[in-house]
Design a protein around this ligand. Structure first.
Ligand code: SF4
Length: 430
């Protein structure tokens, strides 16, 4: 049996120089180096042209087969375990509730985002289908086989949602529509709603409309960076990458018009150098537009251009998680919150008595994303251990129990009177 293994991550309880947040000046990515001609655009995989057989499990010691969407897709290790394609166990959860399907091509993603394991600069080192992404491997499998398995028992499926993740590739727009059509031909989108994680750089408003017309329920844009400067530094010109803040916002506005309120959202990574005030202002802006924010805690992905940088300190992350939950689901506004000179949240806009039951419910600290079938504020997309190791969880993929609440409270510096967290107590009896 394989497991999603705890990694020896850099400590996440302090940023650089002992700060309790990741400051802009310190979060400078490395520059991508030049990729030799012979390794560009998936040439080794295309030249060898090996035929895929069954499920392909990433293995960079063997020659990667030639797999291409829409015939093939990759999926998270959690989704492959939940589908029964791969054996394994996940700490604290039996399955994931979201089937993430990632488009795949030997040429890979043509963008170069500094924090991402799929980025183009990695073609010098690893074939696309072998690259780790949000800390885990992504097995590849025939699209029809995935659809067959789910269609056989839709009512009994563990999945509350399916999500197609586009990448920056010339075929990605068309292939997303093809995968979507093949799915909806066999599976009622009301039974398992569909989200699209878009790639705005290659898209037009017409593409957004086409996805809606073919049954997509929610459309998301991975802004990832919370400010235009950070966007440019991590995934625009600064990284020889094609994305622009303006184009991402253009497609986000199209999604708002076409998909409507509560049916669009933006991904944001917390801790890449933005201040807490900046990220909260963005979250408020999204809510004012009628959308949601889906948050990720920065983790230094191995092989990425930011793998030398510290993960987001847990106190910064918890403050933003809690504040975002209040804005997204409890009608608190950023203007009610208070920030210090470093932009850190020092008051959440509610009294301690009002905050206490919200913290103790634990929902604010679970993975955020498109909703499933349990409740509006509980994400189907639980991404087990996509932004932290199980040993120091950032986004909880399962309901928090009392020891986890105590841990979160201690990270927030908000212990209940007379109570404290004993390190490791949440693993007792696990
Ligand atoms: S566009 Fe998305 S998949 Fe491609 S490198 Fe950037 S973050 Fe990674």
């Amino acid at each position: 049996m394989s497991c999603l293994k705890p990694e020896s991550a850099q400590p996440a309880d302090a940023g650089q120089d002992g700060l309790d947040y990741n400051a802009y000046a310190q979060m400078q990515p490395r520059l991508p180096s030049k990729v030799p001609e012979a390794l560009r655009n998936g040439r080794p995989v295309k030249d060898a042209n090996r035929r895929p057989e069954g499920v392909y499990r990433p293995d960079y010691n063997t020659l990667t087969p030639h797999m291409r969407s829409p015939e093939y897709v990759q999926m998270s290790t959690a989704a492959a375990i939940s589908l029964g394609l791969v054996q394994g166990k996940m700490y604290g959860c039996d399955c994931t509730r979201c089937l993430n399907l990632l488009l795949t091509y030997p040429e890979g993603c043509r963008a170069n985002c500094a924090y991402c394991g799929l980025a183009r600069h990695r073609e010098a080192e690893r074939d696309y289908a072998d690259r780790n992404f949000i800390r885990v491997d992504w097995p590849a499998v025939s699209t029809d086989e995935v659809i067959d398995i789910v269609a056989r028992d839709v009512a009994g499926s563990p999945f509350h949602r399916m999500c197609i993740s586009m990448i920056t590739h010339p075929s990605s727009d068309q292939d997303t529509v093809t995968v979507l059509k093949r799915w909806t031909d066999r599976i009622d989108p009301d039974a398992i709603p569909i989200s699209i994680l878009s790639n705005p750089t290659t898209m037009t408003r017409h593409d957004v409309q086409t996805l809606r017309d073919h049954g997509a329920d929610i459309f998301t844009v991975a802004l990832d960076a919370a400010t235009p400067e950070l966007f440019d530094r991590t995934r625009g010109k600064g990284m020889q990458s094609p994305h622009t803040w303006a184009k991402y916002w253009e497609i986000l506005q199209d999604a708002r018009d076409i998909f409507g309120p509560k049916k669009f959202g933006a991904h944001i990574i917390v801790g890449m150098g933005e201040t807490e005030r900046e990220v909260m202002q963005l979250i408020q802006q999204l809510v004012d537009l009628g959308g949601h924010s889906h948050m990720f805690c920065f983790f230094p992905e191995k092989g990425s251009l930011m793998d030398h940088l510290p993960a987001t300190p847990r106190d910064q992350w918890r403050r933003v998680q809690l504040a975002r939950y209040l804005v997204d689901y409890r009608d608190v506004r950023v203007e009610q919150m208070k920030f210090d000179d470093a932009g850190r949240i020092v008051h959440f806009g509610l009294s301690e008595n009002e905050l206490a039951p919200i913290i103790d419910a634990g929902t604010a600290f679970r993975t955020s994303g498109c909703p499933g079938k349990f409740a509006d504020d509980i994400s189907a997309c639980d991404r087990p251990y996509g932004d932290s190791p199980p040993s120091n969880i950032a986004s909880y993929p399962f309901p928090l129990k009392d020891p986890e609440i105590r841990k979160v409270r201690s990270q927030l510096g908000m212990n209940r009177p007379g109570e404290s967290y004993v390190p490791g107590e949440e693993f007792d009896g696990a």
